[in-house]
Design a protein around this ligand. Structure first.
Ligand SMILES: [Fe+2]
Ligand SMILES: [Fe+2]
Length: 219
């Protein structure tokens, strides 16, 4: 008989599909799965919007091919971070907002906009746009991501190993990203040598921690 085994039954009735043991075990360990899931939506809102904003920032590093390459790695890895955590939101009975505006508004980090106004013709006013200003936006976006995923690690440590594993993987890459942009900004703005100390990614946006076991070729 299943109920004679230690874990054969629990707080969710057999056959009850309205509740998830995967969420209840987290609650039993002191974390509110609803609160966690909403935090995750905010966090991946920031990953998704940053993926968008980095597309724009990267383009405006015109002629700085090495900077563009690094920004491309960070950009693609933010998409990987978004995709890594989306399934977790649904496992915790949440969903992505239907309206992308709602999703962007609740992102847990500021918009990483190109630091110059738009001009009258609908493009950016690039006259005073400096490379170092773009690098500073990139650096501060990475720092916000580090703070965000550190908070998720704190919330889940010892209570939700699955979310913790995702958050610490992302955090590993965000710390790489901060180091990259510290190196680039130090050189560009201050003419200082401040090495990130990292080797190049194998492929653009390799995401060695968050894509080391891709679900399929498109992941
Ligand atoms: Fe990220
Ligand atoms: Fe990042």
């Amino acid at each position: 008989m299943a109920n004679e085994k230690e874990h054969g039954s629990g707080s969710v009735k057999p056959g009850d599909t309205s509740k998830r043991v995967g969420a209840e075990v987290i609650r039993e360990r002191g974390v509110d799965p609803e609160e966690l899931r909403e935090k995750l939506i905010d966090a991946i809102g920031a990953e998704f919007t940053t993926y968008y904003y980095y597309t724009n920032l990267r383009m405006h590093l015109a002629g700085e091919e090495d900077y563009k390459e690094i920004t491309e790695d960070a950009r693609l890895e933010d998409r990987a971070h978004f995709e890594l955590v989306v399934p977790r939101v649904y496992e915790l009975e949440g969903s992505l907002p239907n309206d992308i505006r709602d999703f962007a508004d609740r992102a847990s980090c500021p918009d990483a906009e190109v630091p110059t106004p738009m001009d009258d013709s609908g493009g950016f006013d690039t006259e005073d746009l400096a490379v170092e200003d773009i690098l500073e936006v990139l650096l501060e976006a990475e720092r916000c991501a580090i703070r965000t995923w550190s908070e998720i690690c704190d919330m889940t440590r010892g209570a939700d190993p699955r979310t913790y594993d995702m958050a610490q993987r992302i955090l590993n890459e965000e710390m790489d990203h901060e180091a990259w942009f510290i190196e680039l900004l130090s050189k560009e703005r201050d003419d200082e040598i401040n090495p990130a100390g990292h080797f190049a990614r194998g492929e653009p946006g390799d995401a060695p921690y968050t894509k080391n076991n891709p679900f399929n070729d498109s992941a």
